[in-house]
Write a new protein. Structure first.
Length: 326
């Protein structure tokens, strides 16, 4: 992609300093649904979903996203109560007993779990995770169903739940071989075009050209201009702003990881941070780069954000960390 050939982009300033209604779902045959396996050691959005669903069922446990001994014990208790093998692993049978049908008007932690998946895993950033199944949640569920070729009825049934949690993990889990191949190609290309150089203030330009060179998600080689609305070309932060709305990330075959520290991003991931992030200087532009997975970041030069310690839990520096979802 060549911004300057189309006159759509000014020189980008990415200058760096030093570089209600809840009913139990009927049990159907599971052959058509693909549920993820989640077990001890996992730490991602799917664990949060499991913990919320268990709390709704009356089990006492913290909702912290960490599948530790406490969560394992509660999962085993739930499985025993349901007549399942109490192995502590949340697979298809356990998911289908946990998943509850929710629809417009519902208000519970089950809705919160669905809202979090839609917001943090699938890019419906306009949602508020308040547990209230109102018009915004209904619209997001219907849009998600359309994107997965599920009946667009706005009801969170088993098929919709299975699709929703199917990519609800965080890196490195849940990366398909095809996605990993794209990430490897992105890492190699971005590093080769940044190694030994200092950032030149055109971070978005460089990363857009990397995407054009190797493809990413559903964005094909030389397909950046066709994929990203030109109203979001001016500053690096706008790439994340575009992906984080209206399900655009999912439509473009990308997944936003539930991470708030770029130093935890896997190699080949796209990292976008807001203005004011350590390592950046421009008052509005923010920054975009390809993660090296080793403390390095590439965007036409070698740069960094001052170390992992600058990204305390719950910080708002990171606008998005994206990997292919193909």
């Amino acid at each position: 992609m060549r911004f300057y050939q189309r006159g759509l982009l000014s020189v980008l300033a990415c200058l760096l300093l030093l570089s209600g209604l809840l009913v139990t779902t009927p049990q159907h045959a599971m052959a058509a649904r693909s549920w993820p396996l989640v077990s001890s050691g996992a730490n991602n959005e799917n664990v949060i979903t499991i913990q919320y669903l268990l709390r709704f069922k009356g089990y006492d446990l913290a909702v912290d996203g960490a599948f530790g001994p406490g969560t394992t014990s509660v999962v085993q208790a739930f499985q025993a109560d349901q007549g399942l093998v109490a192995d502590g692993v949340v697979g298809a049978q356990t998911w289908e007993r946990l998943a509850y049908q929710v629809a417009y008007g519902a208000n519970s932690v089950v809705v919160t779990a669905a809202q979090r998946q839609l917001k943090y895993t699938h890019g419906y950033s306009q949602l508020t995770t308040d547990g209230a199944f109102g018009a915004d949640t209904d619209a997001a569920v219907r849009a998600f169903q359309a994107s997965r070729q599920i009946v667009q009825n706005g009801i969170m049934g088993l098929d919709t739940w299975a699709a929703l949690v199917g990519n609800g993990g965080s890196a490195p889990g849940g990366i398909s071989p095809a996605a990993q191949a794209q990430m490897d190609a992105m890492y190699n290309h971005a590093r080769a075009h940044s190694l030994g150089y200092a950032p030149d203030g055109r971070c978005y330009y460089h990363v857009a050209n990397y995407i054009d060179a190797v493809g990413y998600g559903y964005i094909s080689v030389n397909g950046f201009n066709a994929a990203i609305d030109p109203g979001y070309y001016a500053e690096a932060r706008q790439f994340a702003e575009y992906l984080n709305q209206n399900g655009n990330a999912e439509r473009l075959g990308m997944r936003r990881l539930n991470l708030d520290n770029p130093y935890e991003a896997p190699a080949g991931a796209i990292v976008v941070v807001r203005a004011g992030t350590p390592g950046t200087a421009h008052p509005t532009a923010g920054d975009i780069a390809i993660a090296g997975g080793n403390g390095e970041f590439y965007n036409g030069g070698m740069m960094g954000y001052g170390g992992s310690g600058n990204f305390y839990p719950g910080n708002n520096y990171v606008l998005g960390i994206y990997i292919p979802n193909i």
